[in-house]
Design a protein around this ligand. Sequence first.
Ligand code: HEM
Length: 204
Amino acid sequence: MPLKLTSRSLFWLKVWMHGIGLTPIIYLFLTVFNGNAGGDPVQYIIHYTGIGALNALVLTLLISPVARKLKLGALLQTRRLVGLYVFAYASLHIMAFFSLDLLFAWRMFFDEVTKRPYILVGAIAYLLLLALAVTSFKSVMRKMGRRWQRLHNGIYLIALLVPIHFYWSVKSEIIEPILYFFIIGWLLAVRVYQSKLLKHMLDK
Ligand code: HEM
């Protein structure tokens, strides 16, 4: 039997999701201010927020297949919230790099983007994320019509670009980025399979 989410339980689910999204940021502040961020706190913050953005991205991609499996359509209403956390963590990640590592040197930032391919890939992913975040409002969605869905399919491109950015940024520890490639590859394959299945059912 399909499960049902009332608007009250959806509200509390969203409150929980905000809690899950905000707790790692509070933890990061406490870790840094208590001096527990290791020998290189700047690198620690850049890595922590980058991984936070990637984990939130994986969660965003998980919502649709889980909603389908549990027949919980209302769960899809949480996608915007989780998607905005991807954007928030990615913004913190870039701000940390720009302010703490490059000390607000714009020229150096543009040099990094043009000279280091992994930074360029990250920047493209971020620009796409920015486009999705500013068009995530219902009013914009209505105005854009079919173009909205086409633009928001950009999440799949982001899901490929971010693990590439991660893989390229590491020197030797490649196991973690490869693991993310597999997880995201599997989630994208599930989507292709589900949309083919749906098309097949509609064609019948
Ligand atoms: C202009 C855009 C971006 C810049 C300048 C940037 C910069 C960086 C830098 C400097 C590193 C650390 C590399 C090192 O180990 O020295 C890094 C790693 C990383 N970035 Fe980005 N990034 C950008 C966009 C993004 C976006 C959009 C995401 C995710 C949505 C992301 C996720 C990650 C991840 C997961 C890592 C690896 C963290 C780790 O090593 O544990 N980045 N990025």
